[in-house]
Design a binder for this molecule. Structure first.
Ligand code: PGA
Length: 252
């Protein structure tokens, strides 16, 4: 399976000039063709000013509105994103869950994305890890809630991203180990298997995210049982991102 790396720029950078600089750095780092599916998710406002033509890159979006009606001040539709050549959309990110996004809303987003033929990078992850294993029940509920009622045929465009909340961003308390991510990825596949046939469950790509950098990326790719990485801070530094890309390019 082709490895995938997803750059989640979040609410960065603060100007289009800076965005262009980072983007051009990433283009240079990745080159024209690539064995790795490399997805960059800039803020919406920069999408139409950045150009991927001729490079081994794809656009992703960090969010989308979950409905079709267009009287929704401030929202962005799937169609708008499609027309800007966006291929992937992140859903269920913990930073959005923390702002009140529920499993029901995430479910509607997954549905509209997958029905429209785009790919959903559906984030899962616990706030805290407890010894009793409650965090696994939470992940199960996130999977079931987020995928409820979506016809199985659409799951060919689904990607899971396992991101323990305590390992994400500047306030991270630590980072997961590749061994524990390996276990969790088996668990995610097992839960998904209760919704789909064996082949679909075996083939579903799972990404890991949370404090990934150029130093730890090779270990997660090799030993984490994952097919890719979702990268926040390190994706804003083209040199770091390049090293992560090279690690993905050389891993099997
Ligand atoms: P981080 O963010 O790599 O900065 O920890 C990852 C994410 O939130 O997707």
């Amino acid at each position: 399976m082709k490895k995938i790396i997803v750059a989640n720029w979040k609410m960065n950078p603060q100007s289009l000039n800076e965005a262009k600089k980072i983007f051009n750095g990433i283009k240079k780092a990745i080159g024209k063709t690539s064995k790795v599916e490399t997805v960059v998710c800039p803020p919406f406002v920069y999408l139409s000013s950045l150009h991927i033509a001729g490079y081994g890159l794809r656009f992703g979006a960090q969010d989308v509105f979950y409905g079709k009606e267009n009287e929704r001040t401030g929202e962005i539709s799937v169609e708008m994103l499609k027309n800007l050549d966006v291929k992937y959309i992140i859903t269920g990110h913990s930073e959005r869950r923390a702002m009140g996004e529920t499993d029901e809303i995430i479910n509607q987003k997954n549905k509209i994305i997958l029905e429209s033929g785009l790919k959903a990078v559906f984030c899962l992850g616990e706030k805290e890890r407890d010894l009793e294993g409650n965090y696994l029940r939470l992940i199960k509920a996130q999977i079931e809630g987020g995928l409820k009622g979506i016809p199985k045929k659409f799951f060919k465009n689904l990607f899971f991203a396992y991101e323990p909340v305590w390992a994400i961003g500047k306030r991270a308390k630590g980072i997961d180990t590749s061994g524990s991510v390996f276990q969790t990825s088996i668990y995610i596949r097992k839960i998904f298997l209760s919704l789909v046939d064996r082949k679909t469950a075996e083939n579903i790509p799972i990404l890991y995210g949370g404090s990934i950098n150029e130093k730890n990326a090779p270990d997660f790719l090799k030993n984490g049982g994952v097919q890719g990485l979702l990268i926040g801070r390190a994706s804003l530094d083209p040199q770091k991102f390049r090293k992560i890309f090279l690690a993905a390019n050389s891993s099997r």
